[in-house]
Write a new protein. Structure first.
Length: 258
């Protein structure tokens, strides 16, 4: 990683943490995690399950909103403020700009996830009064959520490299929703025939498979997770992120900024 990428990533991180909407979303996610305590208390002997389910779901959903909300404006905001021209007039390559923006946003989301995770563990401690060994699986779920954020960040950058912020948000959110049902889409493809089957199969493997990264239900029910799943998800997320970033770089390199 060059010094220029580090500098761009640092500036992106600073700009992101200054955004008031960012803190509002984090506060709302923490509030939802706390609300899980009261929901769990009206449930009989399933307080932990409710807290973990609602808490991790809040971290995932609000993290995705943050990734899309900030990611779609990383390029367009620089163009509107005309600060991009100042940056590129220096010895900074376009691919370094995109990669730096990605790492800055990814770092922001990791820090935000850390603080939201504190809220989840705090709510869990309040309900259970102690931590148990199965609670370590929550860390695995949080790791998968971060992998999910990396894919969303790369997709947001990909769309923002050639589209408007509004369309970029629509594209990114649509892929998130479709990717969350990727396994169901593959199941549907197996039930169809002809062109529909080819189309559904292609779409199922083209969209990011967020369903395999969602292990919140298994963790809430204290079901063990295989080490092979962790390795597969890690490689898959890194590969998909790299492909999306490569597309963003190729498009941005050829974009006419005049």
């Amino acid at each position: 990683m060059t010094a220029r990428i580090v500098h761009i990533a640092r500036n992106t991180f600073r700009e992101a943490v200054r955004d008031r909407a960012l803190y509002n979303l984090i506060a709302f996610a923490l509030l939802l995690s706390g609300a899980a305590i009261f929901v769990g208390q009206i449930s009989i002997e399933i307080e932990r399950l409710v807290v973990v389910n609602l808490g991790l779901t809040a971290v995932s959903l609000f993290g995705v909103v943050i990734a899309i909300f900030i990611g779609i404006g990383l390029v367009s905001k620089e163009i509107d403020k005309r600060t991009l021209y100042t940056v590129l007039s220096r010895p900074v390559r376009r691919w370094e700009f995109i990669i730096g923006k990605f790492f800055g946003l990814a770092g922001t989301l990791v820090v935000n996830t850390f603080f939201m995770a504190i809220g989840v563990f705090g709510a869990l401690l309040y309900v259970a009064h102690k931590f148990s060994k199965p609670d370590a699986l929550i860390l695995v779920a949080l790791y998968f959520i971060i992998l999910e954020f990396l894919i969303i960040c790369s997709l947001a950058l990909l769309f923002s490299s050639f589209s408007s912020p509004l369309l970029s948000a629509v594209f990114a959110f649509s892929l998130f929703v479709i990717g969350s049902f990727a396994d169901d889409l593959r199941g549907f493809a197996r039930l169809t025939h002809g062109f529909t089957r080819w189309f559904a199969t292609g779409a199922a493997y083209l969209v990011p498979n967020f369903s395999t990264l969602n292990v919140i239900s298994q963790v809430a029910h204290q079901q063990p997770l295989r080490a092979q799943l962790i390795l597969q998800n890690s490689l898959y997320a890194l590969f998909y992120t790299a492909m999306a970033l490569s597309g963003a770089v190729l498009i941005f390199e050829r974009r006419n900024l005049k």
